[in-house]
Unconditional design. Structure first.
Length: 380
């Protein structure tokens, strides 16, 4: 049976060189980085080298990088501390953010009675920048939380424009960049976000590690208390091998960015051309079918399949060895529709199955041919 992995927006295969670096650290640098002896100090040196390297890819200072267990923890650290410690009283977000943001905000409403405004969305899933400008005319301390790239429909936010709107209105700006770090160049001296979240396993690194970018003098305080690790902002013994693995993955991503981007872009183009040629009446959700206005890594396809038959689609694809998803992996097991698609699709299209296919350097055009043939057979 074929095994085809088209769920790279959920997680990615670890690069060989990353695995090698992780194993080397686990074998040779097993000390606790907080220990004062030489074995501990050697682990600390690796962490700080990795921090400096990660910072260099974003054009920020090493002191502004806080290592976390992943994007969800980074989002929580930023949002919770912004309300608790920076006295943010108003958060502007959208209804198609990742649940790491939306559910955290829901809890902050319960705990702190903050005000939340949801920016209007256009039918294609893009935010309405004019409405955002209106919402920013607030007298209370405000934080905007909008993701750079939507993980389900691939829409790309103009984070420079949003950052400029926020600065003009004295608001803070947080972006979940989990789908863009390692896939796009980000110069945070040019794009003045205040806070950013990233996760290593989205760019061929290990699971269980990520980072928060926290701009200098933000006055954020820790979410996890204990020791003084991560400059007092994130207690707990550092996962040295994962941190080094993440830095190695980021290095590979940016060293090969242009070549790998073009390759993955060619896969997406081929997928769109092939599926539209072989299956009638398919459509693409959000901007995911637009080669210039969506991320090059994924496409979200609405298929012309009756609801009763649609219920078996993912199961049948899995039986054929095809890994893909109907939305965020964090919603796996839920019987509910994607909260993103619920916001942008009409009732008729919501009754049809929508599948996200996301690509990486490890995919091929032959795999795309196989997947589309399986889909065509199922529909017929």
């Amino acid at each position: 049976m074929h095994q085809v992995y088209f769920d790279n927006a959920a997680t990615t295969q670890i690069r060989d060189e990353v695995i090698t670096s992780i194993v080397e650290v686990m074998q040779n640098n097993y000390g606790n980085a907080s220990s004062s002896h030489s074995i501990g100090r050697s682990a600390k040196v690796l962490i700080e080298k990795s921090r400096k390297a990660v910072a260099s890819y974003l054009n920020v200072s090493a002191a502004e990088i806080i290592f976390t267990s992943g994007g969800t923890e980074a989002d929580n650290l930023i949002l919770q501390s912004a309300v608790r410690d920076l006295k943010v009283k108003h958060i502007i977000t959208s209804k198609i953010e990742h649940h790491a943001v939306l559910h955290t905000i829901d809890q902050l409403v319960k705990d702190y009675k903050i005000a939340v405004s949801y920016v209007d969305l256009k039918p294609n899933g893009n935010i309405d920048y004019l409405h955002l400008s209106t919402l920013l005319k607030s007298e209370t301390k405000t934080l905007v939380s909008l993701m750079h790239i939507n993980n389900e429909i691939g829409n790309v936010l103009n984070i420079k424009k949003v950052s400029e709107l926020c600065k003009a209105n004295d608001a803070l700006f947080h972006t979940d960049a989990v789908q863009s770090v390692g896939h796009y160049k980000l110069d945070l001296q040019d794009v003045k976000v205040d806070f950013l979240a990233a996760s290593a396993h989205k760019f061929h690194g290990p699971k269980g590690v990520g980072f928060a970018f926290v701009r200098k003098n933000s006055a954020l305080k820790p979410l996890i208390f204990g020791g003084e690790q991560e400059r007092g902002l994130r207690a707990g013994t550092e996962s040295v091998h994962n941190i080094v693995g993440m830095e190695r993955a980021l290095k590979s991503a940016y060293n090969n960015l242009e070549k790998e981007t073009q390759y993955i872009l060619s896969l997406k183009q081929y997928f769109i051309e092939s599926i539209t040629a072989k299956i009638q009446n398919v459509s693409f959700n959000g901007k995911s079918g637009d080669m210039e206005k969506s991320t090059y890594t994924l496409v979200n396809v609405c298929l012309p399949i009756p609801p009763k038959k649609a219920a078996m689609l993912l199961f049948q694809l899995d039986l054929k060895g095809i890994a893909c998803s109907k939305g965020s992996a964090c919603q796996s097991g839920s019987n509910q529709n994607s909260h993103v698609l619920n916001e942008i699709l009409c009732e008729e299209d919501l009754q049809k199955p929508s599948i996200r296919f996301s690509f990486s350097i490890y995919n091929t055009k032959e795999e795309i041919d196989y997947v589309i043939d399986v889909l065509k057979e199922f529909i017929e």
